[in-house]
Design a protein around this ligand. Structure first.
Ligand code: ADP
Ligand code: MG
Length: 249
């Protein structure tokens, strides 16, 4: 028996005759911080889209705690405890940092609680604010945040929804070195009590923060293992690092 929180089997996605995912198997244990890498077009975002109900697979299953997610609507999947970020921002710029968190938290709150007059900041929102380290900017409009701070706010918005599994699609893309470092620490902290899947390309970032890595290539799992063995794998060097035999010579 598997102890996986997320168990994907034989997942295949076809867009107008193009096979974006081709029989993907993936098992992620509770509490893992799993990195998902692969060249552009490998199918990383499509995989996240299937897990979060945005894309329907042609075949295969994606079970979360034993429940098959394929066929469920997005909001049902959020309520089951799965949250994701997108490659493009979903922050409301005119709202303050804390208002953005509050809005995200309300997504899972029952109607009864929504109708009740709320005073101040909920414990959930306060905890999320503290984790992402934006306490000093709580009352500022999200529009003034730096790129890195905005990414942290998005992660905070997921935390406010109290997910068990977080899927982060290229969270450190475009970040400064310092912001990457803070993000790596944030991911490590979040992984202490969540299961996290991170799509990321940067090898230096992987070396510092990843343990188990899955490499996707042309819709298939090419290699899976710890960072060192994945990096040393010639198949990964060839397809992921783009190092062809000719270039290496
Ligand atoms: P990655 O995130 O690894 O860069 P994607 O999952 O976004 O890759 O895309 C995998 C492949 O599927 C790409 O070739 C992409 O062009 C294609 N693709 C993704 N979404 C769609 C779509 N909605 N319609 C058609 N093709 C798509
Ligand atoms: Mg992508």
């Amino acid at each position: 028996m598997s102890g996986a929180l997320l168990e994907i089997k034989g997942l295949t996605v076809v867009f107008d005759g193009f096979t974006a995912l081709d029989g993907v198997d993936l098992a992620v244990e509770p509490g893992e911080l799993r990195f998902l890498i692969g060249p552009n077009g490998a199918g990383k975002t499509t995989l996240i889209d299937v897990i979060t109900g945005l894309t329907r697979p042609a075949s295969g299953t994606a079970a979360f705690g034993g429940t098959d997610l394929t066929g469920l609507r997005e909001h049902r999947i959020v309520r089951l405890g799965i949250g994701r970020t997108f490659q493009t921002s979903v922050v409301f710029e005119e709202l303050t940092v804390v208002e953005n968190l509050d809005l995200a938290a309300e997504f899972r709150r029952p109607l009864r609680a929504l109708l009740r007059q709320r005073r101040g900041v909920s414990d959930t929102v306060a905890a999320a604010l503290d984790t992402i380290g934006l306490g000093d900017l709580a009352g500022r409009p999200a529009g003034v945040l730096s790129h890195g701070q905005r990414q942290w706010l998005e992660i905070g918005m997921l935390l406010a929804q109290k997910p068990r599994l977080l899927l982060l699609d290229e969270p450190v893309a475009g970040m400064s070195r310092d912001e990457r470092e803070r993000t790596g620490e944030l991911l490590t902290q979040i992984a202490a009590d969540h299961t996290v899947i991170v799509v990321e390309h940067d090898m230096e970032f992987l070396r510092r923060y990843a343990s188990r890595v899955t490499v996707l290539h042309e819709g298939r799992v090419l290699v899976e293992g710890d960072v060192a063995s994945v990096q040393a794998d010639p198949r990964v060097q060839e397809v992921y690092l783009g190092r062809t035999k000719k270039e290496a010579a």
